[in-house]
Design a protein around this ligand. Structure first.
Ligand code: NAD
Ligand code: MG
Length: 388
């Protein structure tokens, strides 16, 4: 157990990762103190969390939300608004948990690292879009970036036996595992008829709607290839994807001598969340623990890149570099949103992203302004394609 108490800011507290982070904090009151939180639309949930954890700083997305929340929490709570508010919350704690959804998480990722904090990152979209900018601020004294995403958390643990020279020359490749989603083994014909209910039913994980849809198209795994490359500084040609339907092996590292290290547990996001909060300590809650006296099936197969072209698109975006990953992620956010709003079919999601990527104009992405502009352009193209 850590000897000193760490303060925690939890951005996106009302979501799937956010509420599971609260579970961890509830069980470790001696180790952590929640000092700031934020959320989107769910104001009564936000107020309830603030009351339970005695949090005096909350971030919301608009002035109207601030006024409505103020009525719920009463005096003595500071409510900050929009990106500047999130930035200030990220600067006021030892550990920042970024559990926001999509590109909206960008200010938190950059501000936490710039302020020399430990960033426990679930919000992969910000890292993927801003990889060159994140690389610069990661070297701020005191800053560290720990991945909550289960695959990357697994790799982080498996890399512990490497001396960790830049680029990990002793590592042959990273093997990201994928459940394969609800449509593993489906034909093109079957995939054309996918319904929203089917796409929202993940076989092994319970998550927010956007990442559940991303898992069904395998775009989540494509985004995770980009995430792994940015996190560990390893080129994408050394990041492979292997389908493992049981979601027990969370990812693997193959070393040049042929050894493969893996991290295993039953699927439970509280395990990677607690790892990122506690490192170098581990907590003994046994989340996801495996009973090896019971039969355990672990199978592996290659992904079907023909039925799930999102993976190939992600590798292409990685090879293009610059702003291409930002375009991919932005176009995907728009396409998934359009699917959830019943504007396009499931089978059209990745096609929208591909058409946006066809219009990509190379940009080295050397500033935040350039990133924001690229994100906006990609979204405009995607909205235009969705409407036609
Ligand atoms: P979610 O939709 O359940 O929660 C998102 C949170 O962000 C909510 O608190 C919401 O109110 C807030 N939010 C959404 N849009 C916002 C905006 N524009 N401005 C401010 N706040 C906003 O999502 P989730 O499943 O918890 O995923 C969060 C992040 O974690 C995503 O990047 C996802 O890819 C990643 N992730 C999730 C899981 C999982 O198991 N859920 C696993 C790995 C990675
Ligand atoms: Mg993952």
């Amino acid at each position: 157990m850590p000897t000193t108490k760490s303060t925690v800011a939890l951005l996106g507290a009302t979501g799937s990762i956010g509420t599971q982070t609260l579970d961890v904090l509830r069980l470790e009151p001696e180790a952590f103190e929640l000092v700031a939180l934020s959320g989107g639309e769910q104001l009564s949930e936000l107020a309830a969390i603030a009351r339970e954890f005695h949090v005096a700083r909350i971030g919301v997305i608009s002035d109207a939300h601030r006024d409505a929340l103020a009525d719920l929490v009463g005096p003595g709570v500071e409510i900050v608004v929009s990106d500047d508010g999130l930035t200030s919350l990220s600067q006021g704690a030892d550990i920042v948990v970024n559990a926001l959804l999509g590109f909206a998480g960008l200010p938190v990722t950059l501000a936490a690292l710039q302020a020399g904090k430990r960033l426990a990152l679930a919000n992969k979209e910000s890292l993927i879009a801003a990889a060159p900018l994140v690389a610069k601020v990661r070297s701020t004294p005191g800053a560290s970036l720990l991945p909550i995403d289960s695959e990357h958390c697994a790799i982080h643990q498996c890399l512990a036996s490497s001396p960790g020279q830049p680029g990990f020359p002793d590592v042959r490749r990273l093997l990201l595992t994928a459940s394969g989603g609800p449509f593993r083994g489906w034909t093109h014909e079957q995939l054309r008829g996918v319904t929203k209910d089917e796409a929202l039913r993940h076989p092994t994980w319970s998550m927010g709607a956007k990442i559940t849809i991303d898992s069904s198209t395998l775009m989540n795994k494509g985004l995770e290839v980009l995430e792994a490359s940015a996190l560990f500084g390893i080129e994408v040609d050394r990041v492979d994807v292997v389908v493992h339907p049981q979601s027990i092996v969370h990812s693997m590292v193959e070393y040049v001598d042929g050894s493969v290290l893996a991290q295993l547990s039953r699927p439970d996001m509280r395990l990677p969340i607690a790892y990122c909060l506690g490192l170098p300590e581990r907590f003994d809650h046994g989340w996801g623990s495996i009973d090896f006296t019971q039969s355990l099936e672990l199978t592996f197969e290659a992904p079907d890149r023909d039925a799930f072209p999102a993976l190939t698109l992600a590798y292409e975006a990685a090879r293009l570099g610059g702003a291409a990953p930002a375009w991919l992620s932005a176009a995907n956010e728009v396409a998934v949103g359009a699917f959830l709003d019943d504007q396009i079919r499931w089978s059209e999601i990745v096609g929208v992203v591909a058409r946006v990527m066809d219009r990509y104009v190379a940009d080295p992405l050397d500033s935040l302004d350039a990133l924001i502009e690229n994100d906006a352009i990609a979204r405009r193209h995607a909205h235009g394609i969705v409407r036609t």
